[in-house]
Write a protein of this length. Structure first.
Length: 111
């Protein structure tokens, strides 16, 4: 159950992060560079967008990318904070086997 929850949470939040990043980037590009084609830049991706832009446009687009990544980090920070506080509610249970008192005494004598 723990493995399933970890994998499901990772898959869900990866999808959420990608959606937040893409939607934020589509909103930020027109704000930073009104003349740029946001759809073409998003379609080109982070490694290829420099090939379709002029050098004067790259600065604004980099700011748009940085602000979009910031929004993804806000999500990650919120999830981490919630997980941290929920972990306190789990408690602690010692699952190690307990030695019988006689066995403990014999083990101490051997030392």
């Amino acid at each position: 159950m723990i493995m399933f929850s970890g994998m499901l949470g990772g898959a869900l939040f990866l999808s959420f992060s990608a959606t937040i990043f893409t939607q934020s980037l589509r909103k930020q590009i027109p704000l930073q560079d009104p003349g740029a084609d946001a759809q073409a830049i998003v379609a080109a991706g982070a490694t290829e967008f420099r090939k379709i832009l002029t050098p004067s446009e790259i600065g604004g687009i980099l700011i748009a990318y940085a602000r979009s990544i910031d929004r993804v980090f806000y999500l990650i920070t919120a999830i981490t904070a919630v997980s941290f506080f929920l972990a306190f509610g789990l408690g602690f249970k010692d699952i190690r086997e307990k030695k019988a008192p006689k066995e403990e005494k014999e083990a101490m004598e051997k030392v």
